[in-house]
Design a protein around this ligand. Sequence first.
Ligand code: DX5
Ligand code: ZN
Length: 231
Amino acid sequence: MKNDTTFSGAMTKISPSMLSADAARLGEGLARLEACGADWAHIDVMDGVFVPNITIGQHVVRALRPLSAMPFDVHLMIVDPLKHVPDFLDAGSDLITVHVETTENVEESLAAIRGGGAKAGVSLNPGTPLDAVLPYLDMVDLILVMTVQPGFGGQAFQPHCLDKITEARRIIDERSLDVEISVDGGINRDTARRCVEAGATVLAAGSSLFGTDDMAAEIELWRAFGRRVES
Ligand code: DX5
Ligand code: ZN
């Protein structure tokens, strides 16, 4: 019997990045992505230390919270995340992702996130090997594979990261873990498809989604990309 390759797109979630929304009208940006059918709202928190840029903090997450019932996918690009996890939980985050490079307390941070009732994620930069996050696979709901060096929107996708997605998918499937693979940085129509085919289940994207006239159509198109599954 020959192996059939089919495509399964049922699991793909779209998480537009609020970093590309108009900073003076974040509430409107959130309403737009919700109206366009996004699954989650990706919120980029940068501290000017772990990454060169400074964006928003828990104060803004808290202000946005009553405006939407969408899950808030909060990406912490900050040093010492453990110190700030309680604030982001209290502000209404549904999923909080910490970087494996930022802290020696990764395990403690993930436990604090889950202990506070949110889902936990761990992220790795393009230059960090996948091995760095493997010890945490049993403690997370998501791994976030950065496909650009974090700090700024609008950068070019780094194709070498596709290998990490493929390998993460293999390990997660082999161990039958319930862990999403999210990708973030330079995701557009072309790279979204390649990431999903490699095994990604969540697409975080800023400039390409906020830059299109028809975000709803773009989201629908990306969601239809399916991952190859052998049957
Ligand atoms: C980058 C952020 C991303 C960023 C993506 O450091 O983590 O979420 O907003 O922006 P694009 O999609 O424009 O690369
Ligand atoms: Zn991000």
